[in-house]
Design a protein around this ligand. Structure first.
Ligand code: DX5
Ligand code: ZN
Length: 220
């Protein structure tokens, strides 16, 4: 049986912010599986991007799931607003609050899928005792905050470790990688066990006429 296709989640951080609705329509038409939305607060990470109102405005522009990556602290007070805005996956960093388990439960209670994001220094053991409560695992292969950074090869071993933890559950938890993903680094991530790839620069380069080819190149 052929391996399932790698999910591609273009990060709209690299889109033209003046034409976001159009950009979301274009990536869906080009074959994207999810829309990756990077939410930054200028506190948890040194950059500020978009909030729930923008997610709400974009939601009618695509049918594919919205994969919302919260780089905000605290995250808990905003979970409901992002879910109401149409987020399908909501992912949080363990460092963003004191009670990761409570946060994941709350995301599920709201009807969304609960994701955990690993900074380059974060140990996989943080979710070891609550694998049943995780619906998505996101490995950062850069320090979060900005697009266009260089892939950190040190994170490949973490992808391998998390792949083993997921396989032990018998559940099909997507293992996503975010940061510096190019056709070359994509291959390394998939070989290590990743099933979903976030890419900003590598998808949006060259304008809409290139999105389908850019996405296909990441699938290898
Ligand atoms: C950075 C974000 C990433 C970013 C990736 O904190 O989480 O999603 O957009 O950008 P590229 O693909 O350009 O590294
Ligand atoms: Zn992201």
């Amino acid at each position: 049986m052929a391996a399932p296709k790698t999910l591609i989640a273009p990060s709209i951080l690299a889109a033209d912010f003046a034409r976001l609705g159009e950009e979301v329509r274009a990536i869906e038409a080009a074959g994207a599986d999810w829309v990756h939305v990077d939410v930054m607060d200028g506190h948890f990470v040194p950059n500020i991007t978009i909030g729930p109102d923008v997610v709400k405005a974009l939601r009618p522009h695509a049918k594919i799931p919205f994969d919302v990556h919260l780089m905000i602290s605290p995250a808990d007070p905003y979970l409901e607003a992002f879910r109401a805005a149409g987020a399908d996956y909501i992912s949080v960093h363990p460092e963003a609050g004191p009670h990761l388990n409570r946060t994941l439960k709350r995301i599920r209670e709201l009807g969304a899928k609960a994701g955990v994001v690993f900074n380059p220094s974060t140990d996989p053991a943080v979710i070891q005792w609550m694998m049943d409560e995780v619906d998505l695992i996101l490995v950062m292969s850069i320090n979060p905050g900005f697009g266009g950074q260089t892939f950190m090869h040190s994170q490949l071993a973490k992808i391998t470790a998390l792949r083993a933890m997921i396989d032990a559950t018998g559940r099909d938890i997507p293992l996503e990688v975010d940061g510096g993903v190019t056709p070359d680094t994509a291959r390394l991530c998939v070989a290590a066990g990743a099933t979903a790839l976030v890419a900003g620069t590598a998808v949006f380069r060259g304008g809409a006429a290139n999105y389908a080819a850019n996405i296909a190149a990441l699938r290898g």
